[in-house]
Design a protein around this ligand. Structure first.
Ligand code: G3P
Ligand code: CA
Length: 245
């Protein structure tokens, strides 16, 4: 991915504060607002396709209902994933991971959060997709499921993996070392990590991407502490604080 000296602006579910999360409209808005990358969530459909959606069900963010894993891609893509957020977004669809990759230019960071391992099927399908994409270096795969992250890294040593967590750890860098595989990045909840832990992690070569940060004073605290990037619902707001646009 393209490297810059300042912290990366990573659009959470795109620009989820201003567009329907995890839609192409949201990702395009994030990039237009100056995001260096995007974060998104993935699930598997009944027919083994990777779709981009936060929840395991379609209830909250589409006009459909039920579990994604129990429905075909074709039926899911007939749903509206934008109208719930506002009339201007009516007609947005639940995108596949492939469609997002096609919409995001090379060099932009794509942080894929695995929400569910689906008994190992997600790992298999995701690695197969990423290997064929030729964009492994643009991608960081993160998850709250650290066993899944370890399996992914063991299967594909080229893959950049990140640990996502909400716990207030005693020693963030030491936890990453415990996993026994090379961890690319830490993705802590922003309230659970302080300046000394950020400094130590970065000194040890870890990237630190706290989530989900939307307030200016928190942006400033984390930038001052030396984070590698910030995951935010409002990329334009963060860009204004960083002074990158
Ligand atoms: O990846 C950071 C953040 O997205 C994790 O929480 O619930 O927004 O997926 P959530
Ligand atoms: Ca997420």
């Amino acid at each position: 991915m393209n490297q810059v000296k300042r912290p990366l602006i990573i659009g959470h579910r795109g620009a989820a504060g201003e567009a329907p999360e995890n839609t192409l409209a949201s990702f395009e808005l994030a990039l237009k607002q100056g995001a260096d990358g995007i974060e998104l969530d993935v699930h598997l459909t009944q027919d083994g396709q990777i779709v981009v959606c936060h929840d395991p069900t379609l209830n909250r963010t589409t006009n459909g209902t039920g579990y994604i894993v129990q429905q075909s891609l074709e039926s899911i893509q007939q749903l509206d994933a934008g109208a719930w957020f506002g009339d201007a977004f009516r007609g947005e669809r639940v995108p596949t991971l492939r469609e997002v990759f096609e919409a995001v230019p090379e060099g932009k960071l794509i942080n894929v959060e695995v929400k569910h391992a689906y008994e190992g099927r997600m790992e298999h399908v995701l690695l197969s997709f990423l290997r064929r994409s030729g964009r492994m270096q643009d991608v960081v795969v993160s998850s709250f499921d650290h066993k899944c992250i370890k399996r992914l890294k063991v299967s594909e040593p080229e893959l950049q993996v990140g640990l996502l967590y909400a716990a207030n750890l005693i020693d963030h860098s030491a936890y990453a070392e415990l996993l026994g595989v090379e961890v690319y990045s830490l993705h802590p909840h922003y309230e659970g990590i302080g300046a000394s832990d950020i400094k130590l992690a970065v000194e040890k070569g870890l990237h630190v991407y706290p989530y989900t940060v939307n307030r200016e004073e928190e942006y400033r605290r984390l930038i001052e502490a030396g984070v590698s990037g910030i995951i935010t619902d409002f990329p334009a707001r963060l860009a204004d604080v960083i002074g990158s646009r």
